[in-house]
Structures are given as C-alpha cells and as structure tokens.
Design a protein around this ligand. Structure first.
Ligand code: ZN
Length: 190
C-alpha cells in the first residue's frame, strides 16, 4: 500500500472515532444547496462556503462545467433530494484554460499507418470524440454554464442559479453579475 493510502486510513480512523451524531444526518441536503465546481485541489467548498456534513450536494468535474453528467446530478439533486438553490463556481487560474480540445487530443497522437499502434489509434479516436469542455476565460465559461443549466428543459425556473468565481489568490468568492442575472428565477414554485 502507498504512503497516502496509510495516511488516509489513519486520518479516517480519527474521523470515524469522532463521528458521533453525524450518523443521524439525513440524506437530503439540510440547507437545500447544490454546488457545481471544479475538481481543482485548491478548492475546498466545505471550507470556503462554510458547509458541514449533510448541508449540500457538491458536484465536481474538470472546470466545474455544465456537462451532461453534471446536469444529471443537479436534476437528481432537486427532483429526488430537494435542493432549491444552485451555485456554479468556477475559479481563477483554472487548468482548463491552459489547453484546448486540440492539445488534449494530441496527447493521444499516433502514427496512423503503423499497425502496431492500433490501440493508440483507438485512443486517439476516442479522445477526438469527447468534448473536453476547455475555455479561455472563467467568467465567460461561468456565464455559458449558468445559461446552459437555466435553459435545460429538466431544470425548473423556480431554482435560482448563482454564478461565482473563486479567486485562488485571495480565497474570495467573487460575484459575476451577468451570471447571476442569467440564473435568475423565472417563476415561483406553484
Ligand atoms: Zn479548475
């Protein structure tokens, strides 16, 4: 086992010993919040947003993008588990702004004619078929994603969708008016 594995198990042992009343936390998020954010290791939503176990759903992927799978999670989050406020949080210095679809696909480049490299050719084709959801500017990607979610047919108009940018230099959540406006409630719940 790796050193990390051992450290994780040791830390978890301490956590579990102090678990106490957390055993009684119910499944639906208590504060009815869902957050979609980037997997970036510098972002810890429980710390920067003051969340405790049981408070919120946190959905993460590379970039915090409104991918099909992120939307799947958000729809389950409201429909079955009662969340009523969504926060889309992108951040400064995101790795997803440092490459393009083309650069990503070229990580799998190959010699097309070389039969020995058939597997690599398959990888290359698979990489080309994926949209890697890269972007240039976090505010732009944020506004795009809020709009995508707001306009999705399975997302009800009564859920406010807030768009924020986490600044990795200050730890501050910065408001993006255009994103918040795009995510405004369209209707009240009937
Ligand atoms: Zn990121």
């Amino acid at each position: 086992m790796s050193e990390n594995y051992k450290l994780i198990m040791e830390s978890n042992n301490i956590y579990s010993n102090n678990y106490g009343d957390k055993a009684n936390i119910e499944m639906p998020p208590k504060r009815k919040i869902a957050i979609l954010t980037c997997m970036d290791a510098r972002l810890t939503p429980s710390s920067f947003a003051g969340l405790q176990e049981g408070d919120a759903h946190v959905i993460r992927n590379a970039g915090g993008r409104a991918s099909r799978d992120a939307i799947r999670s958000l729809v389950i989050s409201y429909k079955l588990l009662g969340t009523r406020e969504w926060y889309i949080i992108h951040h400064t210095d995101c790795g997803m702004a440092t490459f393009t679809n083309e650069i990503m696909v070229n990580q799998f480049s190959h010699e097309e004619d070389d039969e020995k490299k058939q597997d690599q050719w398959e990888d290359f084709k698979a990489a080309k078929e994926l949209d890697w959801l890269t972007f240039k500017d976090p505010a732009e990607s944020l506004i795009d994603d809020v709009k995508t979610i707001r306009n999705h047919p399975l997302v009800p108009g009564y859920i406010p969708i807030y768009g924020l940018i986490f600044n990795v230099k200050t730890g501050r959540l910065e408001e993006v008016n255009e994103a918040n406006e795009a995510g405004m409630v369209l209707e009240t719940k009937t």
